[in-house]
Design a protein around this ligand. Structure first.
Ligand code: GDP
Ligand code: GDP
Length: 437
């Protein structure tokens, strides 16, 4: 199930970032050096009553070349409509309705997506009278809130969560392997997608129906069903001139959320960028499978040491992705394109691998005898047993006498042993240490 996206839209100074920070839990500071983005907190994970969602603060997007407030508000609202499942339109109860609010409301009234109108800076019950005028915006009941003191945020979030019903009902087909193709503009994502789909024996289908299906491309190869997430735009060929295209980072994060395996595309001549690192970090933390696809390999002058040198550099830059296979391709000459779906299938299998407890315990016994854990604070660590609790990503629980005694480096050592013995190529692993008397 994919996390719904909630966009907060509103004029400058109505309190968007205050609200954002009150609701947000874990900030994904992924866009710091993304051109055109002024705030690094535009994308944030949040949770309310067991519903997880992601918030975007469209106000964090500076609209280059948009000199008027009105024009940039229009784009903000359109961006929210395009990217979000639910839109919170924030206004300022002290300032009342402004022309800009009217304009935003006009745009938001034209979407079928749920729009929740919130009136901020209502700090006392007495001020609630000020809220009635906001019915004039034609967006239903205004919810009064006081973002700085978290007043009434519960009511607002109840309404937000209530409107998820339709969004969350969309289940991904568990038989399909969902692929997110991620990477900076111009690295060759569209070319890769088209090259993969252009191959022999690939059956492409676009099942119209839900909005999500319309943006995904389904294909079957060697009897395996794949879904390329959010590729409609890529197949049509990048609409580079559209300002909204610039905010593709939000899209990328969402594609990662929905994916099983991420194809992290980098261009061989350019190498790994900061933006790549952040998105790869997000994929890693989200427990997704990952393959590093080095494209434009045809542009590199090669000798026998070239691949090794590239691999070393990439491993250096993306230290946390040691487990991700690297494939060198050219979308232009089609070199090794046919290997990409095979590799995706392989990584998806690795993510779903289950190891029996008896086998894991043998591994623990061996690990302990080769490298006994150092004792910590004078008390010896005892490892009782390890069991696999989950797949996708594989999750292991290690039961010990006292989790405090388990040093990080020893957990790392066990992770390495797991990989040496079973592979788990392309997938992050979760190791959890639990105490047991
Ligand atoms: P943004 O530009 O929409 O992100 O607005 P900010 O979150 O930066 O807030 C703008 C100003 O409004 C700041 O000075 C906030 O302290 C203030 N503000 C935000 N929420 C409230 C509120 O609930 N009550 C009052 N009185 N002021 C608020
Ligand atoms: P996207 O923005 O990531 O989707 O990148 P595109 O697929 O639009 O490619 C950007 C440019 O790189 C285009 O001019 C492509 O023709 C070119 N390109 C893509 N793949 C390769 C490749 O493997 N080798 C070479 N030489 N050029 C490529």
């Amino acid at each position: 199930m994919s996390k719904p996206i909630v966009a907060i839209v509103g004029r400058p100074n109505v309190g968007k970032s205050t609200l954002f920070n009150q609701i947000g839990k874990k900030r994904v500071s992924i866009v710091e050096d993304f051109p055109g983005v002024t705030r690094d907190r535009i994308y944030m994970d949040a949770e309310w009553l067991n519903h997880q969602f992601t918030m975007i603060d469209t106000g964090g997007i500076e609209l280059e070349g948009q000199d008027s407030l009105l024009a940039s508000m229009r784009i903000q609202a359109e961006l929210a409509i395009e990217e979000a499942d639910v839109i919170v339109f924030l206004t300022d109860g002290r300032a009342g309705i402004t022309n800009t609010d009217d304009e935003i409301a006009r745009i938001l009234r034209n979407t079928r997506k749920p729009v929740i109108l919130a009136v901020n800076k209502i700090d006392t019950p007495k001020q609630e009278m000020d809220v009635y005028e906001f019915y004039n915006l034609g967006l239903g009941d205004p919810t009064p809130i006081g973002a700085s003191n978290a007043l009434n945020l519960g009511d607002l979030l109840d309404r937000v969560v209530e409107s998820f019903k339709d969004v969350e009902a969309i289940e991904e087909d568990p038989d399909e392997i969902h692929i997110a193709v991620i990477g900076r503009p111009n690295v060759g994502k569209s070319s890769l997608v088209n090259a993969m789909l252009g191959q022999d024996r690939v059956i492409v289908s676009n099942i119209p129906g839900t909005t999500r299906d319309a943006i995904d491309t389904h294909f079957t190869k060697d009897n395996i069903k794949y879904t390329l997430i959010d590729t409609a735009g890529m197949r049509r060929k990048a609409r580079i001139d559209e300002p909204i295209e610039r905010y593709s980072v939000i899209r990328s994060l969402r594609a990662v959320d929905r994916s099983d395996v991420v194809l992290m595309v980098i261009s061989a001549p350019d190498g790994v960028t900061e933006q790549d690192k952040k998105i790869a970090g997000y994929a890693h933390e989200s427990g997704k499978g990952c393959i590093i696809v080095v494209n434009k390999w045809d542009l590199i002058e090669k000798d026998s040491k070239t691949p090794l040198k590239f691999t070393d550099d990439i491993r250096d830059e993306l230290g946390f992705l040691q487990y991700a296979p690297i494939i060198y391709i050219s979308a232009l000459t089609k070199q090794r394109i046919h290997r990409v779906p095979e590799l995706v299938k392989y990584v998806a299998e690795q993510q779903n691998m289950r190891i029996k407890t008896s086998v894991l315990n043998e591994l623990i016994r061996d690990a302990l005898s080769v490298n006994p854990p150092p004792s910590h604070k004078g008390k010896p660590l005892k490892i009782y047993f390890m069991t696999q609790a989950d797949v996708h990503p594989p999750k292991f629980i290690i039961f010990v006498n006292d989790p405090e005694l388990m040093h990080f480096s020893y957990v790392r050592f066990i992770e390495n042993k797991l990989r040496e013995s079973f592979g788990f190529e392309g997938t992050p692993l979760r190791l959890i240490v639990k105490g047991r008397k």
